[in-house]
Design a protein around this ligand. Structure first.
Ligand SMILES: [Fe+2]
Length: 242
C-alpha cells in the first residue's frame, strides 16, 4: 500500500497506542521510536530503549521477527548484504503480524529494521550520521566493531576519539546517537556473520554539525591512532542515506 508520508504521520498516535498493548518486545521498541519521532523523548532516551531491547531480545528475536525466513532470502541474493524485515510498500497480505504492519507504516518515516550479513574481510566503512539513532546486534558469527565520539567540529573535519573497539559475538551490540558514539565501523571476522540493525532517522534534535544536510557522513580515519587519543579526521557529505 503506497501510503503518503502525511497518512503515515497521521497513523503514529494509533500505532503508539496499539503497540503499548502488545507484549512483543519489538512493539515496545516501535512505540519508543514513534515517541522519538514525535519529539517526546530525546535521542539518548531512545538509544537507552534500543540498548535494553538488544540486551534482552535474544534468543526469542529469531521467532518474534521471523529472522530464519529473512536469513534464507538474504542468502539467496547474489551479493548478500542487507534485507529489510518489512518494506515500506508491502501489502497487508505480505504481513500477517500486527507488528509487521505497524513497521511497514513507520518504515516510510525512517524507522527501519534490517538483517545484515558480513563475510570475513567485508565491512561497513567508518561513517557518522546526522539526526539518526542506530544500532547493531550480532546474531551469529563474529565482527570487529568500533565507535568514536565526536568532540569538536571545524569546517570539513571533526575532532574524534575512539571509545569502543571489540570483537563482538552473539549478543554483543553497539549503538550510535547524535551525541554519543556517533561514528561506527564494522568488519567481518567470521566466515559469515549476521546482524540485526535498527535505525531511526528524521526526528527533532540539536545537531552536532549543522553544516551537513545528509543523514550519512563519510569520515577518513586513516590518521586514527591505535589508542584512544582525540584526533582530527576529515569528513565529507554522502548523498542519500545507507
Ligand atoms: Fe550507520
Amino acid at each position: 500500500v503506497a501510503y503518503s508520508r502525511f497518512v503515515r504521520w497521521l497513523a503514529l498516535p494509533a500505532i503508539a497506542a496499539h503497540a503499548s498493548l502488545s507484549s512483543l518486545k519489538a512493539d515496545r521498541l516501535l512505540k519508543a521510536a514513534v515517541v522519538l519521532k514525535a519529539g517526546l523523548i530525546s535521542d539518548l532516551q531512545f538509544e537507552a530503549h534500543l540498548k535494553r531491547y538488544f540486551a534482552t531480545c535474544l534468543p526469542g528475536v529469531y521467532e518474534e521477527l521471523g529472522l530464519a525466513e529473512r536469513r534464507r532470502a538474504l542468502l539467496d541474493s547474489p551479493h548478500p548484504y542487507k534485507i529489510a524485515l518489512v518494506r515500506a510498500g508491502d501489502s497487508e497480505a505480505d504481513h500477517p503480524s500486527l507488528w509487521q504492519r505497524r513497521l511497514a507504516v513507520v518504515r516510510g518515516l525512517g524507522v527501519r529494521l534490517d538483517l545484515m550479513t558480513l563475510a570475513a574481510e567485508e565491512g561497513i566503512e567508518p561513517h557518522g550520521h546526522s539526526a539518526v539513532v542506530s544500532g547493531f546486534l550480532v546474531l551469529e558469527g563474529e565482527v570487529r566493531g568500533r565507535t568514536f565520539d565526536r568532540l569538536d567540529a571545524q569546517p570539513g573535519r571533526w575532532l574524534v576519539r575512539k571509545n569502543f573497539d571489540h570483537l563482538m559475538r552473539q549478543g554483543a551490540f553497539l549503538t550510535s546517537a547524535e551525541w554519543s558514539s556517533n561514528i561506527h565501523w564494522l568488519n567481518g571476522i567470521a566466515a559469515r556473520s549476521f546482524l540485526l540493525r535498527v535505525t531511526v532517522s528524521g526526528f527533532p534534535t540539536r545537531r552536532f554539525d549543522s553544516s551537513f544536510h545528509s543523514e550519512r557522513v563519510h569520515i577518513d580515519l586513516s590518521a586514527c591512532p591505535n589508542g584512544c587519543e582525540p584526533f582530527w579526521a576529515r569528513v565529507s557529505e554522502e548523498p542519500g542515506s545507507e
